[in-house]
Write a protein that binds this ligand. Sequence first.
Ligand code: SF4
Length: 173
Amino acid sequence: MIERYDLSGPRYTSYPTAPQFHDGCGEGVLRQAIARSNAAGRPLSLYFHIPFCSIVCYYCACNKIITANRKRAMPYLERLIVEVAQRGALFDHSRPVHQLHWGGGTPTYISDDEKRLLMAATRKHFNLLEDDSGEYSIEIHPGDMAVSTIACLRELGFNRLSMGIQDFDPVVQ
Ligand code: SF4
């Protein structure tokens, strides 16, 4: 068993996984896939990657930037918001967003005002549900977040929190 599984594999949290991307996956392929998706008319799921963490966890293989300089987030968010507008223009705006997820990194790393900015841009370019019927979730780091942020997340429409727990032993924690 050890020999069998002692090899590198794609990250199970990413779909499609990295090996499925190659030089043949250009803009045309993406636009065709989006056109097929619009024709099907199903609800949308959106994922946002916020790659910043203030402290490193040594087991972690996520795509992340460890920095105490919180000013580094805004240039990233500015580009992300441009991408939200570009992607939003390609999708049929009537398609409701049933699922939305902010992952990372530590999405709660960004300030509450930055969270408001990103969610406002998303609301502008995608059809978010306003009746709390969607699954709008966010990964949080309970050791690195103000309690007041919970109210902010609720105000923005989040109704699920996700915490990756590696060990319940309080000494390890
Ligand atoms: S907080 Fe999460 S993303 Fe950041 S280093 Fe730790 S496990 Fe990785």
